[in-house]
Ligand binder design. Structure first.
Ligand SMILES: Cc1cc2nc3c(=O)[nH]c(=O)nc-3n(C[C@H](O)[C@H](O)[C@H](O)COP(=O)(O)O)c2cc1C
Length: 304
């Protein structure tokens, strides 16, 4: 499996760990890059110093390419961008704000820039701003998203039609079927969040991972926060799950912070906590099996 994104970024598979503020730290990022994907550090809530430490720690854990995401609303956004350049990160993702703010500076420093959008109009603005690739993120996704609520199935083909640069699909992708579907929609790769949080290498608490395994596709909602919204677990689900976890032999007592941690609808597809290599490996190998078979679902008829 190789394509425009793999060649440009020197990665084996077109599978990206999206920026996960507070969660996308060195062990998870390195595990994704070591498994052949592209890990992005979730730099949103860090100071420049914390970011530098995480970059160095990631370099101790992998010699593969990795990058970072800086959302426009990050308090230290400007400093974080300068840190990424000083530390010679080759690829950066920007989100939640105008792509014009950082693209020229990053490109001038030779960085490959990926920008995350949730509407076709924003994709067109990002392309004009000169980004190298666009992540089209549907409203199924975990974490902060647009209140417009356009689903991945509707957003990705329209973004792919509207722009000339490579498009990466995000939101609700958790297995080989999602990867295969993304190619059919016109994407050259996928960005994952939720499914990679339910892995052994992710540092969210075991209780949160257990909640992800238990949750159904209907157990999240979009919590509005001004012009943006954040997809998190519903209160009812959280209460019941926490009660159950307290009564069973949960390895850690869940803390209230869990309630506010972003999680996508794809949580309904998670059956167990696996390693990052298992998630990415099965995604790639099963996609290779199912893609050639899909044509069988289209009977030949009069249209021939
Ligand atoms: C807990 C959490 C935090 C996130 N933080 C960020 C962030 O700081 N910046 C960003 O661009 N996207 C963020 N995202 C979105 C992810 O990068 C990714 O695009 C999204 O999770 C993909 O959808 P999925 O969750 O359905 O896989 C976050 C998602 C989650 C679940």
């Amino acid at each position: 499996m190789s394509n425009a994104i793999c060649e440009a970024l020197d990665i084996r598979y077109p599978i990206i760990l999206g920026g996960l503020s507070r969660i996308g730290r060195a062990p998870l990022v390195a595990a994704v890059s070591n498994a052949g994907g592209l890990g992005l550090l979730g730099a949103g809530s860090w100071t420049a110093e914390e970011f530098r430490e995480q970059i160095r720690e990631t370099r101790n854990l992998t010699d593969r390419v990795f990058g970072a995401n800086i959302p426009g609303h990050a308090e230290a956004a400007d400093e974080l961008v300068e840190t990424a350049i000083a530390e010679r990160l080759r690829v950066m993702s920007t989100s939640a704000g105008s792509p014009r703010r950082f693209t020229a500076r990053l490109k001038e420093a030779g960085v490959y820039v990926i920008h995350v959008v949730s509407t076709v109009a924003h994709a067109m603005t990002a392309e004009k701003a000169g980004v190298d690739a666009i992540v089209a993120e549907g409203s199924e996704s975990g974490g902060m998203t647009s209140m417009e609520q356009v689903s991945t199935l509707v957003l990705v083909p329209q973004v792919a039609e509207a722009v000339g640069c490579p498009v990466i699909a995000a939101g609700g992708i958790a297995d080989a079927r999602g990867l295969a579907a993304s190619f059919a929609l016109g994407a050259v790769g996928v960005q994952l969040g939720t499914v990679l949080m339910a892995t052994k290498e992710c540092e969210v608490s075991p209780a949160f991972k257990e909640m992800m395994v238990r949750a159904r596709e209907t157990d999240t909602y979009l919590d509005p926060r001004g012009r943006a919204a954040s997809r998190i677990f519903k209160e009812d689900f959280t209460k019941t799950a926490l009660q159950d976890l307290k009564e069973t032999s949960s390895p850690t007592v869940p803390d209230l912070d869990l309630v506010q941690t972003g999680v996508g609808q794809a949580t309904g597809m998670i059956r167990e906590v696996r390693t990052v290599a298992e998630v990415i490996g099965s995604m790639v190998s099963q996609a290779r099996e199912i893609l050639p078979g899909l044509i069988m679902n289209l009977p030949l008829g009069d249209a021939e």
